[in-house]
Design a protein around this ligand. Structure first.
Ligand code: 9PG
Length: 799
């Protein structure tokens, strides 16, 4: 037995029996008992699993180590070569300063013939052997839960009580190649779940769980699987397995391969930041801090207005309009999406709708003071692309030498490049280099990158899918240069970590709330992996904790024009979710079609808040609904709360601050942003308002700014100027008889601000001119203001 401990965890390893256990002496509910390791290889085509009979082990005794995650205690087990010559080494590290147990397996082929590595299990725990995953109550299936991170940008990410089935697609050959990792099961029954890269098993009653995953995907794609099973003692619990997918890649004699570090971390489901230690460690492991800054950008994208019918004329007319609107709607990024290339794969030939090519447009965008952005999908190929005729060897093929299906796109089944082929990899390098250096794009949306990681027979059979994709991603980053902003899209998360500044974290938005295909909606209601506003919202919420740590989250575009099928409530929902979670805020409307009202809504999204919100019910429902962002500024500290209504009917609104982890006691001002009402709460009860707080409309959101009420002093209670409800205030000076405030915005602004004042107003000025006010109940006042960039407001109250 070997024992290691830090202040959070005890690790006990039983090398002879191949077990390890983790527990926290202070929290009896937190444990993993008798987890096994397992290695599955194919030796001359015969599957074999180790280390069932593998007792020969040398132990490197515990010693201190310095890692990029700080100091820790490490221990290694070195297994002597097994019958076919495979030697293994297992490294465990317990970090001093964070509640993570790290482990990795290194395999070496000391035998005479190549081995195919199928998968490497780093954790296999029996039913009931993970503290959080065993439930003893009649509601056990309700109690158990699983948070499933999805494979790539678009893959649904959500938590499921074990009584509910994980979302899966029925459009198998059409979307599965895009949305699913070939090495990850796609469960469709309640009680069986799988996650990619990382996931969480937990107990919704005891509010504990384990985060299990990998810190990187440079070597292997990682899979976490949990299944409700009856344990030896008759209790039902999760069996849990965490593995690295070896993809049957060859390990030649004399060669070794190590998994990326796996991480196991106890999770308190109600912590303000429950996955912090895991997420930060993955960021460190991938050197995210070395990137040239994570962007907060407002911009424009052509896709959700023009789709593939975009033209240089449409680009130019929107660019002209964006330049005209510069003073009311300042956009920093102007991005041309798909539709300029003759076919994906033929990146150097353009459709007749782009007769001038791409370089002049980049120059014009730069001249208009914006960052020119371009969409490219360098790893996917249209079956009719000329690239295939010229370089059939660049494609990825299956064992029968048929091109691998990369999913249904552009109304056909697409092909993928084999990134282990030097010619194919070099071609992707040329594409990106040309876009940056010759055409002048400083922002690239790199899309459909999952295509580099499909299962197939690779040119170099020694590389795993993860290694092939990571090499491809590193090639794109090197080709783009460090200053180019890269937005990853359609990409397995870990493969992009540390290489992109921004990441699409969800499904495509669309002009409809729920998925439709050629007007038909009914058969697709259960699809969470098709473009739809509802589907985009899901990951915008569930992946909010990644923002600002792994990259800037791109929640996908905001559509504000009136001729979509989205209701104003649905537009408000998207706007709220994007403003509270995103680093990018991209409009995708023909700017000429926006009337004054919708332009005002778009303007209020600028400047982008760019901070990381907290999803309170992240572990409690596949459709979580409670989002909170805490902000502070000269006016003090306040919280923005989003209460989302996923259902098709209005939901009665009961604003329970405790559900947002805010204390109910005391006095609050609550400003309801979208319907511009102000309420007062005393000890959780509504004391001001017309009594009817109303309902959250179907697919709508209750969006509230919550300020602690002081009663004695003037207070800022939000505005229609920005969604931040206070970041626009740059100065707040309370005087004995009034208040002076300054509002600063990088644009022209028109709207209303709301204040609470302890005494009636005597006089008020805006930039030296008399200002009119409207009095409401309980000392609440509103002011209609219009100004350019800077407003100095002085309010004098009666003595
Ligand atoms: C451009 C688009 C936009 C969008 C991306 C990505 O399965 N499909 O056919 C499919 C089509 C488009 C798509 C995803 C899947 O969207 O997310 O923002 O850039 O490509 O083609």
């Amino acid at each position: 037995m070997i024992e290691l401990a830090n202040r959070n965890l005890n690790l006990v390893i039983d090398p002879q029996n191949g077990f390890y256990s983790l527990d926290n002496p202070e929290e009896p509910a937190v444990f993993i008992h008798q987890a096994r390791l397992g290695i599955e290889v194919l030796a001359r085509g015969r599957p074999a699993r180790l280390p069932a009979a593998w007792p020969e082990v040398d132990i490197r005794p515990p010693s201190g180590v310095d890692t990029r995650h700080g100091h820790g205690q490490a221990v290694s087990l070195v297994y002597r070569p097994w019958a076919n010559g495979l030697a293994a080494r297992v490294d465990f590290t317990l970090l001093d300063g964070s509640p993570l147990c790290l482990l990795r397996v290194t395999l070496e082929n000391t035998g005479p013939s190549p081995l195919e590595i199928h998968r490497i299990l780093l954790l296999e725990a029996a039913a009931g052997a993970t503290g959080c995953g065993a439930a003893g109550t009649p509601d056990k299936l309700q109690d158990l839960g699983f948070f499933a991170n999805g494979w790539q940008s678009w893959s649904p990410t959500a938590a499921y009580p074990a009584s509910q089935a994980q979302r899966h697609t029925r459009l198998k050959g059409i979307v599965t190649p895009m949305l699913a990792n070939a090495g990850t099961p796609q469960p469709s029954r309640a009680g069986h779940y799988a996650a990619d890269f990382f996931g969480v098993v937990g107990n919704r009653r005891t509010r504990n769980g384990w985060c299990a995953g990998f810190l990187a995907q440079k070597q292997h794609f990682g899979t976490l699987e949990a299944r409700v099973e009856r344990s030896a003692s008759g209790e039902e619990g999760f069996t849990v397995r965490l593995w690295a997918n070896g993809d049957d890649a060859l390990l030649d004699p004399g060669q070794a391969i190590a998994t990326d570090w796996a991480a196991l971390a106890p999770v308190h489901l109600d912590d303000p930041d429950p996955l912090e230690s895991y997420l930060n460690a993955a960021a460190r492991e991938n050197d995210v801090a070395a990137l040239a800054g994570l962007p907060s950008l407002a911009g424009w994208s052509s896709w959700y207005q023009y789709f593939e019918k975009v033209s240089q004329d449409a680009i130019r007319s929107n660019l002209a309009r964006a330049a005209d609107l510069r003073d009311t709607l300042p956009l920093q990024l102007f991005q041309i999406d798909d539709g300029f290339e003759t076919h994906p794969g033929d990146w150097f030939s353009f459709k007749p709708t782009f007769p001038d090519g791409l370089a002049p447009l980049a120059r014009e965008i730069s001249a208009a003071g914006m960052i020119p952005g371009l969409w490219l999908a360098p790893f996917i190929v249209h079956p009719r692309a000329r690239l295939i005729a010229r370089h059939p060897d660049f494609l990825l093929y299956d064992a029968a030498h048929r091109p691998v299906n990369a999913g249904f796109g552009w109304n056909t089944f697409t092909r993928a490049l084999d990134l282990t082929h030097p010619g194919a990899l070099d071609y992707t390098r040329q594409v990106v280099q040309t876009a940056v250096q010759e055409w002048g794009y400083r922002f690239l949306k790199l899309d459909f990158l999952y295509a580099g990681a499909l299962a197939g027979r690779r040119y170099d059979p020694h590389l795993t899918r993860a290694q092939a994709l990571r090499r491809g991603m590193e090639t794109l980053r090197a080709a783009a240069g460090p200053q180019t902003i890269l937005l990853g899209c359609g990409v397995p998360l870990g493969s992009a970590l540390g290489l992109v500044q921004a990441m699409r974290i969800g499904e495509d938005v669309n002009v409809d709330w729920a998925p439709t295909y050629f007007g038909a909606s009914f058969p697709f209601q259960a699809e969470w992996a098709m473009p739809a506003a509802r589907n985009a919202l899901l990951n915008t919420l569930t992946r909010s904790a990644l923002h600002g740590r792994w990259w800037a989250n791109d929640p996908d575009c905001l559509l504000v024009r009136k001729d979509t099928h989205l209701t104003l409530d649905e537009v408000h929902t998207l706007a709220t979710a994007i403003a509270l979670t995103g680093g990018l805020m991209l409009l995708s409307d023909d700017l000429a079609r926006l009337d004054a009202e919708r332009l005002e809504l778009a303007s209020a999204m600028t400047p982008v808040i760019g901070q990381r919100a907290r999803l309170l019910d992240w572990f409690d429902s596949p459709n979580p609904s409670h989002l909170r962002l805490d902000l502070s500024g000269p006016v003090g500290a306040w919280s923005l709360l989003g209460l989302f209504n996923w259902s098709d009917s209005p939901q009665p609104l009961a604003l329970d601050l405790r559900a947002f982890d805010l204390p109910a006691e005391g006095s609050y001002w609550v400003a309801s942003v979208w319907d511009q009402r102000v309420y007062a709460l005393e000890d959780g009860k509504l004391v001001l308002g017309d009594g009817v707080v109303g309902a959250v409309p179907p697919h709508g959101v209750g969006y509230f700014a919550v300020y602690r009420r002081t009663h004695q002093a003037p207070q800022f209670l939000g505005s229609s100027l920005t969604l931040s409800q206070g970041l626009e205030v740059s100065k707040w000076q309370v005087l004995s008889h009034g208040v002076h405030l300054a509002i600063s915005l990088p644009r022209h602004a028109k709207g209303a601000i709301v204040l609470a004042l302890p005494r009636p107003i005597a006089r008020a000025w805006l930039n030296g001119q008399p200002l009119i006010w409207k009095g409401h109940a309980a000392g609440v006042y509103s002011f209609d203001i219009e100004f350019d960039r800077q407003a100095e407001i002085k309010i004098e109250t009666v003595a």
